[in-house]
Design a protein around this ligand. Structure first.
Ligand code: TXA
Ligand code: MG
Length: 314
């Protein structure tokens, strides 16, 4: 079992020694290590069971610090950082040599993000290095949105979990890169496409890639529970699958089942996002074979939720 608490000094001491610490962010919990130290970065891949072709996001306390790790930052990137940092937006930027190749899986860009969580912000400000951190779950599984989720799956592999309570956004950061200095969204997440477009105008969304995905978050099966997820109209699916051993993940509607999770009875997308990964974990533990799930309204945060549901359904 990992120790869990709010002791920033302890987290700092462990990280300086090269150990891994789980950290809270506004999106999901991260599995963090010294981003400038290849042996710490290697531990992250090992503990997470993550293939080394899947690059890690580097967490920084502010934009000034991001400039230490990225070169030739496009103007649009600086504007986006100014608007949305600290917050759930990761920017893919040309990396400086100080970032080990292991972090970026040999790519010449690094994903930089300034998370919006008071404990982690304080930790990042006091550390002499940035933190590489993927979501703190075994590769391919649902991301953790509270300290207990981290403990359940990685507790015996890490020394400390910095407990910052439940994550207020609940889905991962939006990932944006740049081509000819123009932004492209590679992963839909906590900052919506609409929010980004208000600042920089129309952007392309490229969240699928058949070969050599730019972001393995683009893989078609990811964020998946063990139970089979089937996405569609729940009434129709119930006719096909029956109610026995069938779990239901609905947006707002009550299907009067003891094997259901309603993401937001009042129909709020922010609440649905906060509950999404918890819901998948809870349904995964129920005595069921299938999880019948319905898409949520495809606007704002709903797009990120639907993206995760589609990938959970593989
Ligand atoms: O909200 C988040 O982003 C959370 C918290 C902990 O910050 N982190 C997170 O990390 O979701 P992870 O590793 O689970 O997902 C990061 C995604 C991966 O799909 C990875 O392939 C992509 O970001 N990525 C990282 N660096 C990249 C790069 N240089 N180029 C393309 N994709 C990159
Ligand atoms: Mg992840």
């Amino acid at each position: 079992m990992a120790q869990t608490g709010t002791d920033i000094e302890k987290a700092k001491a462990l990280l300086i020694k090269g150990e891994l610490v789980a950290i809270p962010t506004e999106t999901v919990y991260g599995l963090a290590g010294n981003a400038l130290e290849p042996s710490s970065v290697a531990k992250i891949f090992e503990v997470k069971g993550r293939p080394q072709f899947d690059p890690l996001i580097v967490h920084v306390p502010d934009f000034e610090s991001a400039q230490k790790y990225a070169l030739d930052i496009p103007e649009q990137a600086a504007i986006l950082a100014q608007h949305f940092w600290p917050g759930p937006l990761t920017l893919l930027l040309p990396k400086k040599d100080i970032i080990p190749d292991l972090v970026t899986s040999g790519l010449d860009t690094v994903g930089l993000r300034c998370p919006d969580h008071p404990l982690t912000h304080k930790l990042l400000e006091t550390l002499p290095f940035p933190l590489a951190a993927p979501s703190a779950n075994p590769f391919g599984y649902v991301s953790p949105t509270c300290a207990e989720h981290v403990e359940e799956q990685l507790g015996d592999k890490i020394a400390y979990i910095l407990d910052g309570g439940p994550c207020k956004i609940g889905v991962e950061s939006t990932i944006a890169g740049f081509e000819n200095s123009l932004p492209i969204i590679y992963r839909l997440g906590g900052i919506t496409q609409e929010q980004i477009e208000l600042v920089v105008g129309k952007v392309n969304v490229r969240t699928h890639s058949t070969s050599n995905p730019k972001a393995p978050g683009q893989l078609q099966s990811h964020y998946a529970p063990r139970k089979k997820v089937i996405l569609g109209n729940i009434d129709d699916l119930l006719k096909q699958y029956g109610t026995k051993e069938t779990g239901i993940l609905s947006f707002q509607h009550d299907f009067n089942s003891s094997l259901q999770f309603i993401l937001s009875p009042s129909g709020q997308l922010t609440e649905a996002a906060q509950n999404l990964f918890l819901a998948l974990r809870m349904l995964d533990k129920m005595p069921i074979k299938y999880i019948l799930a319905e898409p949520v309204p495809d606007v704002g945060l709903g797009k990120a939720i639907n993206d995760r549901l589609r990938r959970a359904a593989g």
